[in-house]
Design a protein around this ligand. Structure first.
Ligand code: ACO
Length: 315
């Protein structure tokens, strides 16, 4: 397939590190050097589904397509206000599409997994035009009195329209179960029969374990997808990484031995918006005119599970 349109939406409320320091025992001096985050966009009165619909409409506009031309909608989302129906069906109604819809929860790696599903359906001859929307509100998952987690995240939605083409050159996925490193647990509705103990726990993270996994998994996924295509990191023009932490990005950059100019980032004023990071960064780079025809772009993301993946495409 090929990427024919992109779109993204951020919540209007901007929260700086100094604003966090007003109610948390933290500071810009601690947060910025360790994470690369100065400010983030946080949902206030917006609904995530409205942001997802708007991002989808922007991507369709950009592709010069109407919703009726879509054959499949894939939405990557970890959590939103609806348990059911799935967010992709809400987006379908919002944009006026009629095609089948699918939600996936692959944490921060969701965009790469969605690309893989789209590409597989395309190669099987089942679809021509696919809309991927990543819509995430991780700021609703963390405990806002926990300085170790809430400072890292921001919210947002990013969308991509894929059409027939040969620009996606390869995708590599991997998973390694480590469910105690990064998780959130919620209680379900009570019944008269539940006897087990259930707990409601906001997002928990073993930061240093996540850091090590992220660097190792992403470096290995990228190396694999490049090798499968007979090229090296030197042949790649742009590396778009999940925006979790600037130090993770720098560690992967060191591993690949590539210059900083190849690694566009937006973590400084966006924070980590889970699976939305990749399509939002892609949209921003595209609108800034960073990609030239024929450029080789590698994208890689990693997240809770653990799951990770990398995709190589030619612009
Ligand atoms: N402000 C001030 N102090 C803080 C803060 C904060 N926001 N957060 C933690 N601290 C303190 C801790 O309480 C601890 O103090 P103590 O020694 O008195 O107990 C001290 O700083 C060190 O804490 P660590 O957790 O060991 O700090 P570390 O150096 O590991 O940095 C960080 C934490 C930035 C989260 C790092 O582990 C990291 O980047 N991990 C990667 C995880 C990540 O990026 N996750 C993103 C979400 S998941 C994803 O997208 C896949």
């Amino acid at each position: 397939m090929k990427i024919s349109g992109t779109g993204s939406v951020l919540p209007k409320k901007v929260v700086t590190n100094d604003m966090l320091a007003e109610f948390l025992d933290t500071s810009d001096e601690w947060i910025y050097p360790r994470t690369g985050v100065k400010s983030r966009h946080v949902i206030s009165d917006e609904k995530l589904e409205d942001m997802a619909i708007e991002a989808a409409k922007k991507a369709l506009d950009d592709a010069g397509m109407t919703a009726s031309e879509l054959d499949f909608i894939i939405c990557s989302n970890v959590v939103n206000e609806y348990i059911t129906p799935q967010l992709s069906c809400i987006i379908q109604g919002g944009i006026g599409a009629t095609c089948p819809c699918l939600d996936i929860n692959c944490a921060c790696a969701g965009f790469i997994y969605a690309l893989d599903i789209a590409e597989s359906h395309y190669k099987a001859g089942r679809v021509k035009n696919v809309l991927i929307v990543c819509a995430e509100e991780p700021t609703r998952m963390t405990d806002w009195s926990d300085r170790r987690t809430c400072v890292l995240f921001g919210d947002g939605a990013g969308a991509v329209v894929l059409t027939p083409g040969d620009n996606i050159k390869g995708i590599s996925l991997s998973s390694a179960s480590a469910t105690d490193k990064l998780y959130q647990i919620r209680t379900l509705q009570p019944t008269p029969y539940i006897t087990k103990e259930e707990v409601d726990i906001p997002l928990q993270m073993k930061g240093q374990d996540v850091f090590k996994f992220a660097v190792k998994a992403s470096s290995s996924d990228i190396t694999k997808v490049l090798k499968e295509n007979g090229i090296t990191a030197d042949d790649v023009d742009h590396v778009l990484l999940h925006q979790a932490n600037i130090r993770i990005i720098n560690a992967i950059r060191d591993y690949l031995e590539q210059p900083a100019e190849k690694f566009p980032t937006n973590i400084e004023d966006h924070g980590n918006s889970s699976s939305s990071c990749c399509p939002i960064l892609l949209d921003e780079c595209r609108r800034k005119g960073i990609f030239k025809k024929g450029d080789k772009v590698v994208m890689s993301a990693f997240g809770a599970g653990f799951v990770s993946g990398a995709a190589l495409f030619e612009w």
